[in-house]
Every structure is written in structure tokens, then in C-alpha cells.
Design a protein around this ligand. Structure first.
Ligand code: SF4
Length: 207
């Protein structure tokens, strides 16, 4: 997936999105309407990683534009973060049929795209949202996963595979949690408060 040395990261990200648009590496290519590679500034100090595109995302090709997206935008605003200042993507770039959870082999097939995005974005803070994204990101950096409740809101420092640069991972609840479990709002807001603290204390992660 490497471009010629000296290629601007934004140009490489566009080429990566084109590769994703043509991807048939897993069965999700058969049922998708559009691929959803992610969007935001390149490079980006903050990278938010969801589980998979939903119906609205599949129709528009844009990440987090449905109900969960509105919740995410509100949570970011509460943390003093403009949505336009962060890159948002997911661990699989195509919608699983009926919004089911992505399968292990589908995630494995798609993860090299996320890894390439991380190399291009040079983020300071990675924010996997929800259990599936957290398991996938922890797996990428060899962090043992116990239970989501135990790891959410905590910080994990890792090194980016290609550059060796230090990054902080802070898992949070997926914004969609409150659409099927309204009492989880407190936990979700608490996660984002911890995230805001983490961002404030991480050099280069905020403007
Ligand atoms: S989910 Fe990922 S690996 Fe599967 S077809 Fe879509 S882009 Fe390719």
C-alpha cells in the first residue's frame, strides 16, 4: 500500500480510499452500496474508530452521519473538539448486512487499511469506540484484552508500527450504546470526559 517517498499524506489517503472503493477482499463487498473509508484532516492528531458503517453511512459513503453520528458530534462538542478537526473511520469499511456485527475474518481482511490510515494520519490519540473496535485495535498493538468494562476510559501507550512514534489509545463506549441502552449515557459521557483530559495532557493532540 506504500506510495512513492515524498507523496503528501493527503494524496496517499485519497489513493487508499480509491483502493478501498474497489476492494473485494471479504464478502461485505457483495452487499455494500458504498464503501466508507473515513473522513477528516490528513494528518490528524485524533483518530476515532468505530465498528462498521450503518445504513445512512452505506448510502452516503460518509462515516457517522446517522443517529450515532449526531451523538458523537455532540459528545465531541462537549469536549471542545470540532468534528472537522478529527479523522473518523471504522474497523471495517463496508456495512454488514442488517447492521450485524462484523465477523472476525471480515475484520482481519480490512485491518490493513486501518493500519495504513494510522501511518498516514500520524495520530497522537487513537479512540476505539465500543468493544469490537477496541478488541481490533488492541490486537493490532499486542495489548491483552480482558473485558470492555475494564479497559474503557483507560490509557494505553503504544508505538506506531512504521515510525515508532508514541501514541495513546483510549477506548470509549460506542455512541450508539445509548440508542438501545439509554441509562448508559452517564458512562458514555464519563468516557468522553476522560478522553478530553487525556487529549489536554497529550502534547500535539489538540489545537
Ligand atoms: S469490509 Fe474492508 S476488506 Fe471487506 S470488502 Fe470492504 S473494504 Fe474490503
Amino acid at each position: 500500500m506504500d506510495d512513492a517517498p515524498g507523496t503528501p499524506p493527503a494524496a496517499s489517503m485519497d489513493r487508499l480510499a480509491a483502493r478501498i472503493a474497489a476492494c473485494t477482499l471479504c464478502p461485505l463487498s457483495l452487499s455494500r452500496t458504498r464503501t466508507v473509508p473515513g473522513e477528516g484532516p490528513v494528518p490528524s492528531p485524533l483518530l476515532f474508530i468505530g465498528e462498521a458503517p450503518g445504513k445512512t453511512e452505506d448510502e452516503t459513503g460518509r462515516p457517522f452521519v446517522g443517529r450515532a453520528g449526531k451523538i458523537l458530534t455532540g459528545l465531541l462538542a462537549c469536549c471542545g473538539i470540532r468534528r472537522d478537526d478529527v479523522f473518523i473511520t471504522s474497523i471495517v469499511k463496508c456495512r454488514p448486512p442488517g447492521n450485524r456485527a462484523p465477523k472476525r475474518d471480515e475484520i482481519a481482511a480490512c485491518m490493513p487499511y486501518l493500519e495504513a490510515q494510522i501511518a498516514l494520519l500520524s495520530p497522537r490519540v487513537l479512540v476505539p469506540m465500543g468493544r469490537f473496535a477496541t478488541v481490533a485495535v488492541f490486537g493490532m498493538y499486542g495489548i491483552p484484552f480482558s473485558s470492555f468494562r475494564e479497559v474503557r476510559g483507560r490509557r494505553y501507550v503504544v508505538r506506531e508500527h512504521r515510525s515508532g512514534r508514541e501514541m495513546t489509545i483510549i477506548p470509549v463506549y460506542h455512541p450508539a450504546v445509548i440508542t438501545h441502552n439509554p441509562p448508559a449515557r452517564q458512562d458514555l459521557e464519563s468516557d468522553f470526559r476522560k478522553l478530553a483530559e487525556c487529549i489536554r495532557s497529550t502534547p500535539g493532540s489538540h489545537k
